[in-house]
Design a protein around this ligand. Structure first.
Ligand code: FMN
Length: 350
């Protein structure tokens, strides 16, 4: 599968990332209706093994490899994406109201760096559209709901937006991720500050306390936080009884890139993902794991571009991993490749 993708990738990369994304979404719609299509994709891409099963924050995952937020923002293709071997799919970020996101172009590949810079700005069709789509989800899959606020909502009203998304998605997803770390929505990352974060999180935990079933709530962090800021966020997680963290979102850093400076400057603002983030995200996971004595569940995401990167993330203390940019560069078989390697290394340890 990866050899075939190596052949197609240069052709796909001739087109803009958003065009290819639309094309891929169209192909997933075709897959939905093609008889036997999903089973065929699963056979080619997925890898199943008993050793891969994990229970994290009370949920059984068939394997530890998930699809990160941002690829299926509106939960349109959860069932089809799972056939590529993902043990969970994170939808979103969704906001209460539909919004177009930032002006285009807003997503750029850096092939020399195996990276992407994006400033999508929470483009999505609104939480109600996601809820409608999730009615068609296969109930045996694990689906996370990543929630955000509308760009026009000022930060002091942000708790209302998070609560609206949380309440609407509550019956349709298995766990939640509070996204306060996207660098592409003006001032959003200020919500990682202790007091503001506490206000948002308390609304959600109070809402959860009134529900018949308790669903895990995780916090998605920026890789650019200083240790002091990270400690403050972790204090909120502990004090408010959150169930884990997702580390990390994209970075605003640009150091060490191989792509020409003129290209990077021409692209402008945005979050960087992919290979340049590998070490930074790994260190964030290691730091959080050490700080919490390995007791806090961590989803490790950022720069997982090879199966070994995923193994390193798990060794650093992550219970689960997620990929986005690696899936774009390595292709449809990537989740299966990671699963095969994780199972191999687990078996060797037995
Ligand atoms: C085009 C694009 C859109 C993204 N959109 C979101 C989003 O809506 N919400 C979110 O929490 N993360 C979003 N992310 C961040 C990813 O979920 C992930 O945290 C980040 O890309 C690092 O992982 P990677 O190096 O495997 O891509 C987006 C990433 C990309 C590349």
């Amino acid at each position: 599968m990866s050899k075939m993708y190596c052949f197609f990738r240069p052709i796909l990369f001739l087109f803009s990332p958003e065009r290819v994304h639309r094309f891929a979404m169209l192909m997933l719609s075709v897959l939905r209706f093609a008889p036997g299509g999903r089973a065929a994709v699963k056979k080619c891409c997925a890898y199943e093994h008993e050793l891969l099963r994990v229970n994290v924050f009370g949920i059984d995952f068939p394997n530890p490899v998930g699809l990160a937020a941002g690829l299926d923002k509106n939960a349109e293709h959860v069932n089809e994406l799972a056939c590529f071997g993902f043990g969970h799919i994170e939808i979103g970020s969704v906001t209460p109201l539909a919004q177009p996101g930032n002006p285009k172009p807003r997503c750029f590949r850096l092939p020399k760096d195996r990276a992407i810079i994006n400033r999508m700005g929470f483009n999505n069709k609104g939480v109600e559209a996601a809820v409608r789509n999730l009615r068609k989800r296969n109930p045996t899959l694990v689906v996370g709901g990543n929630i955000g606020k509308n760009t026009l909502t000022p930060n002091d009203k942000a708790p209302n937006d998070y609560e609206k998304c949380f309440a609407a998605l509550y019956p349709c997803v298995d766990y939640f991720v509070v996204n306060v770390s996207c660098p592409n929505v003006s001032c959003l990352r200020e919500l990682q500050d202790g007091e503001r974060l506490t206000e948002i999180v308390r609304r959600l935990t109070a809402h959860r306390a009134r529900q018949p079933q308790r669903k895990p709530i995780l916090l998605k962090l920026s890789p650019d936080l200083t240790p002091a800021q990270l400690d403050e966020a972790l204090e909120v997680v502990a004090a408010e009884g959150l169930d884990g963290v997702v580390a990390a979102n994209t970075t605003t850093r640009r150091d060490g890139l191989q792509s020409p400076k003129s290209k990077i400057e021409g692209i402008g603002a945005g979050g960087l993902s992919g290979a340049p983030l590998t070490q930074q995200a790994l260190e964030a996971v290691r730091y959080i794991s050490r700080k919490t004595q390995g007791k806090l569940p961590i989803i490790g995401v950022g720069g997982i571009m090879t199966p070994q990167d995923a193994v390193n993330m798990l060794r650093a203390g992550a219970s689960l991993v997620q990929v986005y940019t690696g899936f774009i560069y390595r292709g449809p078989g990537f989740a299966g490749e990671i699963c095969r390697e994780v199972a191999k290394q687990k078996a060797a340890k037995l």
